[in-house]
Design a binder for this molecule. Structure first.
Ligand code: HEC
Ligand code: HEC
Length: 212
């Protein structure tokens, strides 16, 4: 973010490069302060903690982090009565009172170096998962980097237990069934294409092999 702004500024008008860069630095500093709350569950390095059901969020794009904070805040993600993890996160998003605060913490998280969460799920067959992943790659990319134009997040640095939990929630209509969240609704049918629970575990095992 900071580099993009600086590059644009340099290209357009060198004289304004410094103030724009300062603004980006101020935003990151604001985000760093707000992140103290987030770190209680997601960890100081944003690498996640399965004991708190809090996923790794380092390595996600700021566009996706912002979008998810907004849907948690508005209540179109995380308020389903069976969504235990979502109900922990939704009130946290509501502490972000302004869009500026929300954008600042998203920019800060996106500026952190990605982590490599430990594998916690056994029993997946990455070869079988690779076959299933062919469909997924049309939105999430072959290498798992995601595609902002499709609103599809990257998950190269994701926690395996979290990916599995989200696939289970999409299948059960616990995530993605709120009509106010049409982007999440896209994943429901995609999760149903996988034949059974083992296929979910296999596809997650494949995602874990994607090069970092
Ligand atoms: C009380 C613990 C807790 C705190 C504090 C917390 N989170 Fe979360 N967060 C969670 C849990 C649990 C989930 C998983 C929700 C789910 O499974 O749907 C989550 C999910 C997320 C996601 C979605 C990740 C994805 O891949 O879709 C983002 C982004 C996020 N949190 C950012 C933040 C930010 C930013 C803050 C600070 C403002 C924060 N969280 C504070 C527990 C917490
Ligand atoms: C048509 C495009 C599309 C296809 C195909 C697709 N997805 Fe998605 N996926 C999305 C979008 C968009 C989101 C973001 C949903 C949201 O904003 O809540 C998403 C979210 C996810 C998430 C949640 C990630 C997170 O950080 O919370 C997982 C896991 C996932 N997809 C797995 C898969 C798998 C596995 C497949 C193949 C079986 C697949 N997707 C196929 C578009 C797609």
């Amino acid at each position: 973010m900071r580099r993009t702004l600086a590059t644009v500024a340099a290209g357009l008008l060198l004289a304004t490069a410094a103030p724009i860069d300062d603004a980006a630095a101020d935003q990151l500093e604001d985000g760093r302060k707000i992140f103290a709350l987030c770190a209680q569950c997601h960890g100081d390095n944003a690498g996640g903690n399965s004991l708190f059901l809090a996923p790794a969020i380092a390595g996600l794009g700021s566009w996706y982090i912002e979008a998810q904070l907004k849907v948690f805040r508005s209540g179109s993600r995380g308020l389903h009565p069976e969504d235990v993890a979502g109900m922990r996160m939704a009130p946290m998003a509501r502490t972000l009172r302004t869009d500026e605060d929300l954008a600042a913490v998203a920019a800060y998280v996106a500026s952190l170096p990605p982590t490599q969460p430990e594998r916690e799920i056994d029993g997946g067959d990455p070869e079988r998962g690779k076959t299933h992943y062919a469909l997924c790659s049309s939105c999430h990319a072959v290498d798992g980097a995601g595609n902002p134009a499709m609103n599809a997040p990257g998950f190269k640095y994701a926690s395996d237990w979290y990916l599995l939990s989200q696939m289970q929630k999409f299948r059960a209509g616990v995530r993605g069934a709120n009509p106010a969240n049409p982007i999440a609704a896209m994943m429901g049918p995609m999760s149903m294409v996988l034949p059974d629970e083992q296929a979910l575990i296999d596809v997650v095992a494949h995602i874990m092999t994607l090069s970092k």
